[in-house]
Ligand binder design. Structure first.
Ligand code: CP
Ligand code: NVA
Length: 317
């Protein structure tokens, strides 16, 4: 049996013609299937299952991991990816999202987009006749969260009941991490300064998901309280892409939320540190933590490739 038929045989699971805008549209069962596929692809990295398929990748923000893992992932599965920087395509000169969606759908098989407003991705998916994947927007970063959960599975085996703590800004990475960990039945704590909490609607929906799957979601302003007994501590930059002008002000507000050795003393002795990267050492995390023995950030970054391939295979086959 060649790699391609093995992949098809092993996974009679498909999200074909579906979009991945946020994990709110998915169930625990579907996510577990995707994670199994990602694990399988990590061991069986190449095939020609996506032969003849093309992914278009629209970027309105910078990227290292998302761009390269999607592009390399398509290649490893026999397909092809086209990098579309918004500055170089007509979107950057005002062509509508709807027209872009219709035209691209007639050339390619799926679209990945990294942008600002979530509504723009929704509009793109409404007008595209091919699957649309959210490669990060101001509200969500679903592909990142799948890699995060795969990493936690690899480190801890069972994830139900695990205490995972996100410290920092309550935006895109925090939202997707909260939703997906709640869906896996984990005990999720998000710790952020007042005024930087996660979106209320997303918290409400995450709590409902946690109730369904036996987990919990708590927003806790005190970082020491939040970290007590944590199995996983996760942080992200204090000023996200598009917020560069607020960086100075945010530095002051977020400093008490820095992940450093002192704070990690309150966590479990077996705590592992996660960061989506890119990181700013001595801001949201000290070098001693991110470059220390409890850090798993490069395993987590590598897993972006494996989950990207699972997502691509699931929406395209
Ligand atoms: N974590 C992440 O999405 O990294 P990039 O911005 O480099 O894609
Ligand atoms: N919150 C960060 C994540 C980068 C991967 C940002 O949006 O810039």
């Amino acid at each position: 049996m060649n790699n391609q038929s093995a992949a098809v045989k092993s996974y009679n699971f498909s999200l074909k013609d579906r979009n991945l805008l946020t994990w709110l549209d998915y169930s625990q069962e579907e996510v577990k299937e995707l994670l199994s596929l990602a694990k399988w692809l990590k061991k069986n990295p190449t095939s020609d299952i996506l032969k003849g398929k093309t992914l278009g990748m629209i970027f309105e923000k910078s990227s290292t991991r998302t761009r390269v893992s999607f592009e390399a992932g398509m290649l490893q599965l026999g397909g092809h990816a086209i990098y579309l920087n918004s500055r170089d395509i007509q979107i950057g000169r005002g062509e509508s999202i709807a027209d872009t969606a219709k035209v691209l759908s007639s050339y390619i098989d799926a679209i990945m987009i990294r942008t600002f407003e979530h509504e723009k991705i929704q509009e793109l998916s409404e007008h595209a006749s091919v699957p649309v994947i959210n490669g990060l927007c101001d509200m969500y970063h679903p592909c990142q969260a799948l890699a995060d959960v795969l990493t936690i599975f690899e480190l801890k085996g069972m994830v139900k009941g695990l205490k995972v703590v996100y410290i920092g800004d309550g935006n895109n990475v925090a939202h997707s991490f909260m939703i997906l960990c709640a869906m896996m039945g984990m005990e999720v704590v998000v710790s952020c300064p007042k005024g930087y909490e996660p979106n209320e609607e997303v918290v409400k929906k995450s709590k409902a998901i946690a109730d369904k799957y036996g987990g919990s979601v708590v927003v806790e302003h005190d970082p020491v309280q939040a970290v007590k007994g944590a199995d996983i501590v996760y942080t992200d930059v204090w000023a996200s892409m598009g917020q560069e002008e607020e960086a100075k002000e945010r530095m002051k507000v977020f400093m008490p939320y820095q992940v450093n050795d002192e704070l990690l003393q309150y966590a479990s002795k077996k705590v592992k540190f996660l960061h989506c990267l890119p990181a700013h050492r001595e801001e949201e995390v000290t070098a001693s933590v991110i470059d220390g023995p409890d850090s798993v950030v490069f395993q987590q970054a590598e897993n972006r490739l494996h989950v990207q391939k699972a997502i691509l295979q699931s929406v395209l086959v």
